[in-house]
Write a protein that binds this ligand. Structure first.
Ligand SMILES: *Cc1c(COP(=O)(O)O)cnc(C)c1O
Length: 379
């Protein structure tokens, strides 16, 4: 039974937790001997950590990555005995969040190492992760620093990382030369920290194969149904379906225009559906069918899916409204009140992202607050 607010929503999301769990299990299996963590940063890639975390916990996930300590504190009650890793790490002033909520800081720099060591001497032993930068030049100790630390006789016994990690630069491109280079650099570190678990692979890294799996993998986007590897068919199940309601259907005669800037031009008699979704919902203006700079580079804007057919977006996406050309559907088929799929089961979220010059990750994490959300349990 669909809830009444969902049935009458301007726009709505169906979030399939069964597909989420199936995707996590598939990535866990693909990780071979390694175990898969669940990456739950940014409100579980926008789908809702309050729903995603318990579902993944019930499926067996016990390692969880979030971006910052606030996210970790919110996750703690949802994953009671899970290990929660905080990617941004610890800094002066937020130490208590780690000790009070049993959060594991990722140490990203020697400054953070110093903050962590000071917190240890004040508050007692606590686990940590050592992040090593093998090529991203973003966060982490250098390989040389990490190896030196491993063998430093002055290293305090209380510093005993439970995990060594690094992050891949181009895991979405299996042929990229940096993959192998990062792997070799990471091996130097994992060898220096013998007996400590190691983690290198995000979703794309899992697809790179067993050499990249180590002890723990960190798949994010693939679990949420997005593309992890360029130029191959996406094997994951879609998790999020976004739909919006047609408010009005109108006719535009050949030669007429529509939308701001008269950016949609019609060379035939056309029928246009005005739909209740816009950039305020995270349906980015850049996916517009026309009238935005990006269309000079990428000719096609986004498509929606309606009554079994793909229909093109026309004109500009505005704050609350979007136009779709439904001329190719039978006239009687399209009615106000029908819901058009923006992405999900029939339109890949990554195809919409590509039309807008972005990636599925950004589409998911910008899902607007206006959508009425309905969580379901199976595909
Ligand atoms: C976000 C993130 C992941 C997950 O990456 P995906 O590409 O979504 O699989 C893994 N590791 C780190 C350090 C991250 O920041």
């Amino acid at each position: 039974m669909l809830p009444p607010d969902f049935l009458s929503a301007s726009n709505r999301l169906t979030i399939d937790l069964g597909a989420l769990v199936d995707n996590w299990r598939a990535m866990n299996k693909r990780s071979g001997k390694a175990r898969a963590a669940a990456v739950l940063k940014a409100d579980a890639y926008g789908i809702g950590i309050a729903q995603a975390a318990p579902a993944l916990y019930a499926a067996g996930a016990r390692d969880f990555f979030v971006a910052n300590a606030e996210e970790g504190a919110a996750l703690r009650p949802l994953a009671p005995d899970g290990r929660i890793y905080i990617l941004a790490g610890m800094w002066p002033g937020n130490e208590a969040l780690f000790f009070d909520n049993d959060l594991v800081p990722v140490i990203n720099s020697d400054e953070q190492l110093a903050v962590f060591m000071a917190a240890l001497s004040e508050r007692g032993d606590h686990p940590c992760v050592l992040h090593v930068d093998t090529g991203m030049n973003r966060l982490g100790l250098t390989v040389e620093q990490a190896v030196a630390l491993a063998t430093d006789p002055a290293r305090p016994a209380s510093f005993s990382p439970v995990l060594i990690m690094s992050h891949l630069v181009s895991a979405d491109d299996p042929d990229h030369r940096l993959n192998g280079l990062q792997l070799r650099r990471f091996h130097e570190v994992s060898t220096a920290y013998e007996g400590v678990d190691a983690s290198l692979a995000n979703s794309g890294g899992v697809f790179l194969g067993p050499d990249y799996h180590f002890d723990l993998t960190r798949p994010g986007i693939a679990v949420y149904g997005g593309e992890a590897v360029n130029d191959i068919p996406n094997p994951m199940k879609p998790v999020v379906t976004a739909e919006a309601r047609i408010i009005q259907v109108r006719d535009v005669a050949a030669g007429g225009t529509a939308s701001y800037g008269a950016s949609a031009r019609f060379d035939r008699d056309s029928r246009i559906a005005t739909v209740a979704v816009g950039y305020a919902d995270g349906y980015h203006r850049s996916v517009s069918g026309g009238g935005v700079t990006l269309r000079q580079a990428t000719p096609s804007g986004a498509f929606g899916f309606l009554h079994g057919q793909k229909v093109p977006h026309v004109g500009r996406v505005t704050m609350d409204l979007s136009l779709f050309d439904v001329t190719d559907l039978p006239e009687s088929a399209v009615r106000p009140g029908d819901y058009i799929e923006l992405f999900g089961r029939h339109i890949a979220i990554d195809d919409v992202a590509r039309a807008g010059g972005t990636i599925g990750y950004e589409m998911l994490t910008s899902l607007g607050r206006r959508y009425i959300r309905h969580y379901i349990d199976s595909v």
